[in-house]
Design a protein around this ligand. Structure first.
Ligand code: SF4
Length: 441
């Protein structure tokens, strides 16, 4: 049987799109090659969010070309979208038959790969800035994970000065509600128990549809249409955390009380130079509103440090602002120059050493906030989506509805199910728990 290998770099949206390529290749009679197996076709779904992600994408391409001299190479994703010139100069690809498929042409990728034998290598760059509709990329099963990602939106029009994504993903386009629900039902019938709704700029969901829709009304309908599935919202910009969404997170049993909100800087001057569209005061109000509605909810915050011109005073403002907020964890990113963005031309780049120490200080703060949040939840009980494999100690593991990493004893019959546990004590960054009631799943 013919084999295909799909290599994925980058975000949840890329992972969803790669799952769709796998589904279509399987439908065409291919099997998915393991990491060690040779494949007739190799798809590399690339990323370009940082210069380093672009370099890793090129590395993955070179590796595939070198180790599989006879395979058809298909390059797609964000690096393929903006790196056509670099690819055409890539020595390893010289003389090699390969295809480049732009992000707006991803729905043609599998068909293109299957007909390549006759047509030879193809370049289908598309024009992402003119894309009007989201690519239709249905998935049958999201690998062997209990949690599936469902891409409901693509594109971003915010043009934050450090970010290349609007140029790689184009304007916001949404998957119509009926198709979202159809995809969720397919995941449910395949045994997935939790779906993470993902997008490039999720809060823009539905604004491009006619009639316009909102993420809140989609969440409302989809959670009622598939009551056996738990939903998580991947990330929302601060201005898009509406009262309707908070009410659903609070009151709907199968929508998890968990949000991830990007702050990026806790200093207003830096926020403005990043072209972020809120002030720290507005952000603080949103976080207070979240914590009032969901006092036990999980709340993650993205923070970028070392943005050009970020002085010690700016950074200290950021750190103090975060210290005074109630949240559960941070995702900390050091700024790096991304060619093609506005900020790449800014002067006063911050040294590596300074970025390193600022990242360390923010990660320490994240650890202590997470510790405090986990501690505040000891002796409470929550549903947990049990993962499909055990931890190193042989215990079952998973995340509670409010995103606490737990480990507990239990039989194999609970793998990939939802069960209720009581939190007992903190243990090396996770929480030791015990099964409280009979399995709900
Ligand atoms: S909101 Fe800003 S950071 Fe996020 S994808 Fe859009 S431009 Fe990039």
């Amino acid at each position: 049987m013919k084999k295909v290998s799909v290599i994925t770099l980058g975000c949840k949206v890329n992972q969803y799109e790669s799952a769709s390529f796998k589904t279509s290749f399987e439908d065409a009679g291919y099997t998915i090659a393991t990491a060690k197996e040779e494949a007739e076709i190799i798809v590399i779904n690339t990323c370009a969010v940082t210069a380093n992600a672009g370099a890793q994408s090129r590395q993955a391409i070179r590796h595939a070309v070198r180790t599989s001299p006879d395979a058809d190479i298909i390059i797609t994703g964000c690096f393929a979208e903006i790196g056509a010139r670099e690819l055409s100069e890539e020595k390893e690809l010289l003389g090699r038959n390969y295809s480049v498929i732009g992000n707006s042409k991803k729905s043609n990728l599998v068909q293109n790969a299957l007909t390549r034998a006759e047509s030879g290598g193809q370049i289908l760059p598309g024009s992402i800035k003119d894309a009007k509709e989201i690519c239709r990329l249905p998935v049958r099963r999201f690998g062997d994970r209990s949690r599936a990602y469902l891409r409901i939106q693509d594109g971003c029009e915010s043009y934050c000065t450090y970010c290349i994504v609007p140029y790689t993903r184009g304007p916001s386009r949404s998957l119509p509600r009926t198709e979202v629900i159809e995809q969720a039902k397919v995941f449910a019938s395949e045994g997935h128990r939790e779906i993470v709704l993902t997008g490039i700029h999720l809060g823009l969901y539905g604004k491009d549809l006619g009639p316009k829709e909102s993420l809140a009304s989609l969440l409302d309908e989809i959670s009622l249409a598939t009551p056996g599935i738990f939903y998580r919202v991947s990330s929302l910009e601060p201005g898009e955390v509406t009262d309707d969404i908070l009410s659903l997170l609070k009151d709907r049993d199968n929508i998890q009380p968990h949000l991830h909100i990007p702050l990026q800087s806790g200093d207003d001057e830096i926020l403005s130079r990043m072209n972020r569209k809120y002030t720290t005061a507005q952000f603080g109000k949103i976080i207070n509103k979240y914590n009032t509605a969901l006092p036990d909810g999980a709340l993650g915050i993205d923070i970028l440090t070392g943005f050009p011109g970020e002085t010690d005073a700016h950074f200290n403002n950021s750190l103090t602002f975060l210290k005074n907020l109630k949240f559960s964890y941070l995702h900390v990113f050091p700024y790096s120059i991304r060619p093609g963005t506005v900020a790449a031309g800014f002067s006063n780049q911050v040294t590596k050493k300074t970025k390193h120490s600022r990242v360390a200080a923010l990660r320490n703060l994240s650890d202590s906030k997470k510790h405090a949040f986990y501690n505040s939840q000891i002796s409470r009980s929550y549903p947990v989506l049990v993962e499909g494999n055990r931890n190193k100690e042989g215990l079952l593991k998973g995340f509670t509805s409010n995103y606490i990493a737990v480990n507990f004893e239990g039989p194999d019959s609970l793998l990939n199910s939802i069960t209720r546990v009581k939190l007992l004590s903190l243990e090396e960054g996770d929480v030791r728990a015990e099964i409280e009631e009979k399995n709900e799943g």
